[in-house]
Design a protein around this ligand. Structure first.
Ligand SMILES: C[C@@](CO)(OP(=O)(O)O)[C@H](O)COP(=O)(O)OP(=O)(O)OC[C@H]1O[C@@H](n2ccc(N)nc2=O)[C@H](O)[C@@H]1O
Ligand SMILES: Nc1ncnc2c1ncn2[C@@H]1O[C@H](COP(=O)(O)OP(=O)(O)O)[C@@H](O)[C@H]1O
Length: 273
């Protein structure tokens, strides 16, 4: 029996630079893993089974199943494990839960069978599973370009406390990207300043924004309410990825805890890692 931790991520800023012919968007983002994680239990078996603790995820659609199938396509080895995922990462929250599970299992299975896939092959296979999957092969802090698969992993990462408010709504990533219009695009040269702020979280937080977050705020009143409540309290809240979760650097006051309780929002205290 093997037990793996599958970390969540937030986007410390996300800008959309353009739209590609294949419908995907060119982005610039700063990925950062956090200590919030799913727990994956893997048992070698004579069959292949993937289950989770979340009713929101249909077994047959689990990205981890797709991961095992792709591994077999690429290597000819049929991975036979019973996998159970304890979902602590809210689903459809912009925290990369599915992508993290896929990368974590892909890495394990490749090592279990004595690494038939090279690191480059792992990254290419991961990209075919999802734009966010390659980042989770290493984690930490990374600049993401392309569709999110062109990664520059940074030596330094942050360890500050953050808190996340999840308003219990799942948001489809494709739906948010489909609302991108030309005037929402950013020119890469206009965000060069970001490169000089990567070792100062306070300064970075002054500059970061999330283009997808603006769409989510306008399309989902529940997210707008979370954002406005936090702004009213003097915080600088940012939507993570395509949402619906919102993060703030720091620790929540009792007042924040009370409001989350009253509103029925899920408050997660975690840290950059
Ligand atoms: C928005 C981000 C930010 O990190 O993450 P989440 O909020 O989903 O965690 C990512 O760009 C999401 O990555 P991921 O969730 O893996 O996306 P995929 O499954 O590959 O793509 C889902 C859909 O999103 C759109 N998509 C995704 C990535 C991208 N750069 N451009 C896009 O237009 C496409 O319509 C695609 O069909
Ligand atoms: N192992 C998994 N964990 C989470 N979501 C999964 C998983 N497998 C498939 N999904 C599906 O992927 C979609 C995105 O989930 P998730 O990665 O948690 O959110 P996000 O892409 O917003 O970060 C959801 O619709 C979910 O049903």
């Amino acid at each position: 029996m093997y037990k793996l931790e599958s970390p969540a991520k937030i986007n410390l800023g996300l800008w959309v630079l353009g739209k590609r012919p294949d419908g995907y968007h060119e982005i610039f983002t700063i990925f950062h893993t956090i200590s919030l994680h799913d727990r994956i239990t893997i048992k070698p078996s004579y069959t292949q089974k993937v289950e989770t603790s979340s009713p929101l995820i249909k077994s047959e659609e689990n990205i981890v199943l797709k991961t095992l199938q792709k591994f077999e396509e690429w290597t000819g080895i049929k991975p036979e494990f019973e996998i159970f995922i304890e979902k602590n990462i809210p689903v459809g929250a912009g925290l990369g839960g599915g992508s993290s599970n896929a990368a974590t299992v892909l890495k394990f299975v490749n090592e279990f069978y004595n690494s038939p896939l090279s690191e480059d092959e792992l990254f290419t296979l991961a990209t075919q599973l999802g734009a966010d999957v390659p980042f989770f092969l290493k984690g930490g802090m990374a600049l993401g370009e392309g569709i999110g698969e062109k990664l520059k992993f940074l030596e330094k990462s942050f360890s500050e406390d953050i808190f996340i408010i999840y308003p219990n709504i799942q948001i489809k990533t494709s739906e948010v990207y489909s609302k991108i219009t030309p005037e929402m695009l950013t020119k890469k040269e206009d965000i060069h300043i970001i490169d000089s702020l990567l070792d100062d979280i306070e300064k970075l937080m002054e500059y970061i924004e999330n283009t997808l977050g603006k769409i989510v705020e306008e399309s989902y009143p529940q997210v707008k309410e979370v954002l406005n409540t936090l702004r009213f309290m003097g915080y600088k809240p940012v939507v993570s990825g395509s949402g619906s979760s919102v993060f703030v650097v720091g620790t929540p006051t009792e007042k924040v805890e009370k409001i989350c309780q009253f509103k029925g929002w899920k408050l997660i205290k975690t840290a950059l890692k």
